[in-house]
Write a protein that binds this ligand. Sequence first.
Ligand code: ATP
Ligand code: MG
Length: 382
Amino acid sequence: MMAPAATALGFELRVLAEGEDVSAVSAVANAPVGDYKDLNHLLEFSRGVDVLTFDHEHVPTAHLRSLIEAGVNVHPGPDALVNAQDKLVMRAAIDRLELPNPRWAAVAGVADLVAFGEEIGWPVVLKMPRGGYDGKGVRIVASADDAAESAGWFEAMSPLLAEAKVEFSRELSAMVARTPDGESRAWPVVHTIQVDGVCDEVIAPALEISLDVAAAAENAALRIANELGVTGVMAVELFETPGVGAGFLINELAMRPHNTGHWTQDGSVTSQFEQHLRAILNLPLGATDLLGPVVVMKNFLGGNNQDLFSAYPAALSSEPAAKVHCYGKAVRPGRKIGHVNLVGTSAADVDSVRQRATTVADIIRNGRIQSGTTTATSEETA
Ligand SMILES: Nc1ncnc2c1ncn2[C@@H]1O[C@H](COP(=O)(O)OP(=O)(O)OP(=O)(O)O)[C@@H](O)[C@H]1O
Ligand SMILES: [Mg+2]
């Protein structure tokens, strides 16, 4: 999804692809296959590029340092990126910045986890500090008995992150971009809806949010970007907690274009993909204004329909204003395979905008050939 933005600006985008069959290969002309965990592959790939960046967080920190020593311009750099790679490092950084964290602890085994739960009250949330995505690596631990069943998790990794289970009213995301020279810009804070730990829907801006909370969340994201030396786009995932503390708590950081920013492709003057390119190339950042009073992004996961294009006539005719983004990935149940963006004409119509975006996504996912029917209502997805 970064390729169209690169093309528009006349930049050549190259991708180090994990295999011939990954979806990015069809989007860029130059996509050598290599292993991002192999330093030699990274060095070979980096030869002659102006700047190296990421679409996931899993490139080993030590390799990034070696690349920099070899003269490669890496953005975001390893010292910033480690806060998105390791949730324990991130929690400590948020404490250092005196920004609002949930109660948390590094726990090295079941006994530590039980002690934490007894201290702050059950349930607690147990997380793998590294390698998680889409809720994989996140577990709710209801009681001391339940904690004993987490023993296997500590065999895979230790210490783990334990944190309070936050009673939030909704989840939010504050997205910003920052250049190496320190210019930064923020998009308005958005409302994100997770289903089974996976981002399902985004509403931009977060409607009826307290102005104080929105400003404080945006400032927190800009401060994190500045103080951690973040370059490129960063998403700060937040829990909204009205009337408690600052009115929000920080969940986690992502230092790259993020699912909660896909709405910007069709709903903002500058998309997150263009902004990321501008930021890492140390160019002036683009305006982040919305192109309408409300924008909805609805993800679709793999479902019954294997032949997505067969549903396009019905899907596209059901909502001519909808923008469909299909990732070119093989359809597998539960796998994110695309999203729909829809700009509304009035924030008061948000329910209808959500419903229309959902209808388009459902038709593609389920392959229903009749338009105008929908199964998921906004109540169900909320
Ligand atoms: N402390 C918490 N209290 C309540 N709910 C939580 C907490 N931590 C995580 N969650 C829920 O689990 C979801 C996934 O958690 P988290 O964002 O840490 O995991 P992830 O797998 O890294 O996510 P992502 O898909 O964003 O990469 C959150 O969006 C939220 O819905
Ligand atoms: Mg998350």
